[in-house]
Design a protein around this ligand. Structure first.
Ligand SMILES: Cc1cc2nc3c(=O)[nH]c(=O)nc-3n(C[C@H](O)[C@H](O)[C@H](O)COP(=O)(O)OP(=O)(O)OC[C@H]3O[C@@H](n4cnc5c(N)ncnc54)[C@H](O)[C@@H]3O)c2cc1C
Length: 353
């Protein structure tokens, strides 16, 4: 639950009914062997995503489910707030008493998630919490980030600060890009702050989270002593990533071609502070199409959490990213899709009895 960013409570029933263990057992029962990697992430032992697709395809085939490939649903039909079928793209009506909208969000459109589900649910009277990019790289205002493009920093601490207040924090890997910052720590942070965007946020990067400023200053004193007569940029080259060295002047105002013996105590302390608080202005997130997840979606107040059925239209169900739920990285979004999909399926079966 700690990894679910929005509307975690809504997911209690579905995650309870079909949790991560059930999902692994399900795939194992279909003959897919699994393995557990770092952070308890589960993958097919073969490392082949196609194995999952083919196992699901065979399962549907055995269960005599008819699949219509390359047939986009254009509209969900309802009469007197009761589902009656769908219109597919050759304008054919397919009658049915239950319809499950599992069309995903608006991210990575080439995968087929074009936001149709939001439109169709809205046409049927549902409120859509406006879609926002989540698990997405962030755009920085400072031009100097371009100089750091490609620089990857491990185990750094990154804080999002809004009006002097830390609103979210992550430790992990950060990657500088030509537009700003990315990498696992930033993607997670983006999910925690996207409701505050596009208001200008500050991002504070601590290169040495497990070292206090005083300890870092002591390290600098030692380095300066051992590098007597050398330029600052050469003296600190083992401490600071080489790409970042030319930016020391931007961060601190200290000339990197100054000899360490000439650096004043104030300058040295300022350097220690700056390395623990590199500050960026966040102008916003990259667009939805570049976001791993679409936050926002069908209002959870309008869906029954114990069945996934719409509270507005009988026979209408929702599953996955189309719902206003989202989680951090780690397989949690896929689990949400499988759990809500499973619960919808069980409920539809019950409706059809
Ligand atoms: C690059 C990337 C990496 C990711 N990595 C992870 C990860 O490691 N772990 C994790 O948990 N999550 C990850 N996610 C997120 C995860 O993939 C999604 O949350 C999950 O797939 C959502 O499942 P869904 O079934 O709701 O939607 P989707 O998987 O988006 O599926 C929706 C389907 O509906 C179809 N569709 C859309 N409109 C229509 C229509 N009108 N008619 C018929 N069909 C339609 C689409 O073609 C698509 O096949 C990642 C996402 C991306 C983009």
């Amino acid at each position: 639950m700690n990894n679910i960013v929005n509307n975690g409570k809504f997911l209690y029933a579905s995650l309870n009914r079909f949790d991560n263990h059930s999902l692994v057992s399900f795939f194992n029962s279909l003959g897919v062997k699994t393995k557990v990697e770092n952070d308890n992430r589960v993958f097919p032992a073969s490392d082949r995503a196609e194995e999952i697709i083919s196992a699901l395809h065979d399962y549907l085939h055995k269960s005599r489910v008819e699949i219509k490939f390359n047939s986009a649903v254009k509209k969900v039909l309802a009469v007197n707030n009761r589902v009656s079928g769908v219109i597919i793209d050759d304008n054919n009506k397919v009658a049915g008493e239950n319809v499950l909208i599992a069309t995903g969000g608006l991210s990575y459109k080439h995968t087929g998630s074009t936001g149709d589900g939001f439109r169709m649910a809205k046409e049927l009277g549902h409120f859509i919490e406006p879609p926002r990019p989540a698990l997405v790289p962030l755009v920085a205002g400072e031009k100097w980030v371009r100089q750091l493009q490609g620089l990857s920093l491990q185990n750094i601490n990154v804080q999002a600060v809004l009006r002097e207040k830390v609103i979210a924090e992550q430790i992990g890997k950060l990657l500088f890009t030509h537009f700003g910052v990315s990498g696992p720590a930033i993607l997670k942070l983006s999910s925690l702050i996207n409701k505050c965007l596009p208001s200008s946020l500050a991002l504070k990067i601590d290169l040495f989270p497990s070292t206090s400023t005083t300890q870092l200053d002591a390290q600098l004193i030692e380095l300066f002593k051992n590098n007597h007569g050398k330029y600052l940029k050469n003296a600190v080259s083992d401490l600071i990533p080489p790409k970042m060295l030319p930016l020391i002047q931007t961060f601190t105002g200290i000339d990197i071609l100054k000899q360490v013996d000439q650096i004043t105590r104030e300058e040295r302390e300022k350097l220690a502070c700056s390395l623990k608080k590199i500050t960026l202005t966040i102008k916003g997130a990259r667009p939805l199409n570049e976001a791993m997840i679409t936050a926002g979606g069908i209002d959870t107040d309008e869906i029954n959490p114990t069945s996934m059925e719409s509270k507005i239209v009988r026979g209408l169900f929702f599953a996955g990213e189309v719902i206003d739920v989202d989680a951090l990285t780690g397989g949690f979004n896929l689990q949400i899709a499988f759990s809500t999909g499973y619960l919808s399926g069980v409920s539809i079966n019950k409706n059809s009895e």
